[in-house]
Design a protein. Structure first.
Length: 336
């Protein structure tokens, strides 16, 4: 690594979450100084515990809906601060919207003060239930402004507006990534996403719950590929702002994903079909020509490979939880 790369001071908002913790590990491995900022509403300390002993890593407990300290001087800022699964972001929709909008503003202001590049982790949810397939960055979306998911969908759309205006007015060098379905080690088993749901149920010997008939499609990107894309975008030419889609253009039906997870987990379980949630998209698939052209990026991990690694990860998580529960039963209740 050259000297310039060694000197980066990088702030990762939402750094204890799924994507954030994977990004923090990669950046520390590359020799950068990393400040993880998280309020731990959905982020988990266990995700970053391996980094706490590194002299390159530090942790700040903070909610980005509030302004950040004036003494912070990062050279790069990644804004991944927000609950990202429907179950979690709908639990407190007002806070979700404030995180998207106030958080974006406060991090943009920090970038303006410190002269840092700043990347907004936007989402494929800005396309809503799309009428265009696959979705290109020029598509303006089909979003329900007053639905159960709109706190997140519209919050992210507003954040993109803020980032775009700061970029146009030269207040900061901004980057906007529209992230599609991502999975892999570090996911929370109870986050309600399709992969974590299927893997957890399969490993517990439970029937897999499929919402709708399972014909709706998803495009799954393995987390290592997504981190490659985010870092490439952050370090791309200053003139390339985005938004740019980051995701896997290879589609799979929800039923196919469930079948593959069941096979990899070796689970002898059935499928249970439930009604689809409101505003659940029928198809979600990125057009990544812009990312290929400007970043030289495309995902390379096959779904079978990524799901196998994810099953192995969750097997370890569930085994550890079982060991802890057994230990508590053996030791018995604490005595006064």
């Amino acid at each position: 690594m050259d000297d310039k790369m060694m000197k980066e001071n990088i702030l990762v908002a939402g750094g204890a979450g799924f994507l954030g913790s994977n990004l923090c590990r990669r950046l520390v491995d590359e020799g950068h100084r990393v400040l993880c900022v998280d309020n731990f509403q959905t982020g988990r300390r266990v995700n970053i515990e391996p980094l706490l002993d590194s002299p390159l890593f530090s942790l700040l407990r903070h909610d980005v809906i509030n302004p950040l300290r004036y003494d912070l001087r990062p050279t790069q800022i990644y804004n991944l601060a927000c609950a990202a699964s429907p179950r979690l972001y709908q639990a407190d929709p007002v806070h979700t919207l404030r995180t998207c909008v106030y958080g974006a503003f406060n991090l943009l202001e920090l970038a303006r003060r410190s002269g840092a590049r700043v990347l907004q982790a936007s989402t494929s949810e800005v396309y809503g239930d799309p009428h265009m397939h696959p979705q290109s960055e020029s598509y303006r979306g089909n979003v329900n402004m007053v639905g159960l998911r709109s706190c997140y969908d519209e919050g992210k759309r507003c954040a993109e507006t803020l980032f775009s205006d700061y970029g146009r007015r030269k207040r900061a060098v901004v980057k906007i990534a529209r992230i599609f379905n991502t999975y892999g080690p570090g996911m929370a088993q109870d986050d309600g996403r399709v992969v974590s749901n299927f893997v957890t149920q399969a490993l517990k010997g439970l029937d897999l719950t499929i919402y709708g008939d399972g014909s709706q499609t998803r495009s799954l990107c393995y987390v290592d590929d997504m981190i490659d894309g985010l870092i490439s975008l952050m370090n791309s030419a200053e003139s390339f702002q985005g938004p740019v889609n980051l995701g896997n253009p290879v589609e799979a039906t929800v039923l196919d994903i469930a079948s593959e997870v069941r096979r990899l987990a070796g689970a002898e379980v059935d499928f249970v079909f439930e009604p689809r949630p409101a505003d659940d998209p029928e198809q979600r698939c990125p057009d990544i020509l812009l990312a290929q052209r400007h970043l030289g990026w495309a995902p390379s991990t096959r779904m079978e490979t990524g799901l196998s690694k994810t099953v192995d990860y969750f097997s370890g998580v569930l085994a550890s939880a079982s060991d802890r529960a057994m230990s508590r039963r053996v030791s018995g209740p604490a005595r006064a």
